[in-house]
Write a protein that binds this ligand. Structure first.
Ligand code: CA
Ligand code: CA
Ligand code: CA
Ligand code: CA
Length: 520
């Protein structure tokens, strides 16, 4: 019974991911990380979406939920103990069999670490999941544990770690990995503060307050990831379109599509994995159908892979030589182009070409959803909003409040005459808003636009409050953003001018933007 509840929550929680993620924490809102300010919930988008969901828009992206199904085979014996020597034996479940394999645990007293031990084989794909907030439909509730899960090799070396899921629909942990060798493994499950206090060197870990949380219960589940209707493993049949592995899309009983899991190994530094996919026909709630592909973070802390992907790109099935969207997985971990539903495409995932590591693999979380509000010009037209006089008025996101206002939009910048299209938008500044930021991405998430630039304009349409230019090829990529801008007193309207330097050879012309204002 508990099992059903557990995974029921994962499904519901993930289906809400767009909204939940979008509503994000205020601390996330201060992030200047490229690409994180540009998708509303509409993005449905990536785990790093930060600046507030766009309410209804988001739902579309949602619709997806975890493909994990409850299974038999998992088992646990004894108490959940505090060291490798006392670890509870756990047998990985098979993800393809219905049943249960859940271990109940509790963080008690504060600082408790629970160890589980399982046996696996080299190359085995394993999912390790903790549910605590999700057990009680309490995503981001500070009275519930913010868990961290680590995977240790038999000698106790940490080889992988997850804090929060991707998409980030709660603070519960889920780790998807390929085991590097035959043998025994250990899993630790603990509250975030317990880990942080014992690993001060791991500065990447941020924990939700308070340290001593009133609720302490969790469930742990580990399973062997087998191909299902929403899980696709590259079959290593070759490196070209003719040998592509067909991807699958699964639906729950309500007709919502699951998040698809797409993964594979890099057999050498020249390996290219090719997947054939057809975004399934569905109704997207906002904007245009958009495909999201998020790379799970490699390394440690991460999923333990010894490499990032290299180039990742999408073509039509009809012409694998022309790239519609492309990112360098070494630099940017998310590919998010709008694509037509029901059409046949190919996804190429290349090794970065560096020396092959001991366990080079990748996991992508993939889903199809809606987009931000779309400009009126459409993907090939120009002219409608090319001047301040013709600027399109944006509608504030429904996630806005008395203390924060959000706008999300996107569009295209096709070649126009001897140059490029220019898009102007304008938006109201509600009374009380004093600080703001705006950011746009294109190349960062696979568009063929380079040199994306935004100019934040006052209501006269000419006075600039700041400009920013995207550089997705820098060692530390940046979006086209302006940050920490003081809104001049008395301002009732602002605008953005969006331009790009060039487009091609990648065919994508899209860009995606977000604006955040706060009262401080
Ligand atoms: Ca966590
Ligand atoms: Ca491969
Ligand atoms: Ca345009
Ligand atoms: Ca335009």
């Amino acid at each position: 019974m508990r099992a059903k509840h557990f995974f029921g929550m994962i499904l519901a929680g993930t289906a809400l991911s767009a909204v939940a993620v979008g509503c994000g924490s205020s601390s996330d809102d201060t992030s200047d990380t490229s690409g994180t300010t540009t998708s509303g919930a509409g993005g449905g988008a990536s785990t790093s979406t930060t600046t507030g969901g766009t309410g209804g828009a988001g739902g579309a992206g949602g619709g997806q939920s975890s493909s994990v199904t409850t299974t038999t085979g998992g088992s646990t014996t004894g108490d959940n103990d505090n060291s490798m020597a006392d670890a509870s034996d756990y047998e990985l479940a098979s993800s393809t069999v219905q049943g249960s394999g859940l271990a109940d645990g509790e963080f008690s007293p504060v600082g408790d670490v629970d160890y589980y031990k399982f046996t696996g084989t080299k190359g085995q794909a394993v999912g390790l999941i903790v549910a605590s907030q999700d057990l009680e439909n309490a995503a981001f509730d500070p009275t519930f544990p913010d868990t961290i899960l680590t995977l240790l090799s038999a000698d106790g070396t940490e080889i992988a770690l997850n804090d929060d899921p991707d998409p980030r629909f709660s603070n519960d942990s889920s780790l998807f990995t390929l085991l590097p060798a035959d043998g025994d493994y250990y899993v630790t499950v603990q509250e975030c503060w317990t880990y942080k206090n014992s690993h001060p060197e791991n500065t990447a870990i941020g924990c939700a307050d308070p340290e001593d949380k009133p609720n302490t219960a969790y469930q742990f589940f580990g399973y062997s990831i087998e191909p299902t209707d929403s899980v696709t493993r590259n079959e290593e049949k070759g490196n070209d379109a003719a040998s592509a592995t067909a991807m699958t899309y699964g639906q729950n009983t309500s007709g919502q599509y699951y998040i698809s899991q797409v993964f594979g190994t890099f057999s050498s530094e020249t390996d290219v994995d090719v997947f054939a996919f057809t975004p399934p026909d569905q109704t997207v709630q906002n904007g245009r159908p958009t495909t999201y592909w998020d790379v799970m973070m490699p390394g440690m802390p991460g999923n333990g892979s010894t490499t990032t992907p290299g180039k990742m790109y999408i073509t039509t099935a009809a012409d694998p030589s022309v790239r519609l969207a492309e990112v360098d997985g070494k630099l940017t971990p998310s590919l998010a182009p709008p694509l037509a539903l029901g059409q046949d495409y190919l996804l190429f995932v290349e090794h970065p070409g560096t020396a092959a590591g001991a366990n080079d693999f990748y996991f992508l979380q993939h889903y199809v959803g809606s987009s931000n509000n779309l400009e009126a010009e459409g993907d090939a037209a120009t002219g409608a909003n090319d001047t301040w006089a013709g600027a399109e008025s944006l509608t504030a996101s429904t996630s806005s409040s008395a203390t924060s206002t959000y706008y999300f939009f996107e569009g295209d910048l096709p070649p126009s005459g001897s140059g490029m299209d220019v898009d102007y938008v304008k938006f109201a500044v509600p009374a009380g808003m004093t600080q703001m930021k705006a950011g746009c991405v294109a190349n960062y998430v696979g568009s063929g636009l380079t040199g994306l630039n935004i100019d934040l304009l006052q209501g006269d349409g000419t006075t600039s409050l700041g400009t920013g230019t995207e550089d997705a090829t820098a060692a530390t990529p940046t979006d086209a953003g302006v940050y920490s801008v003081a809104i001049p007193a008395g301002t009732t309207e602002l605008g953005l001018k969006v331009t790009a330097a060039s487009q091609g050879p990648v065919l994508g012309k899209f860009y995606r933007c977000g604006v955040t204002m706060v009262a401080q």
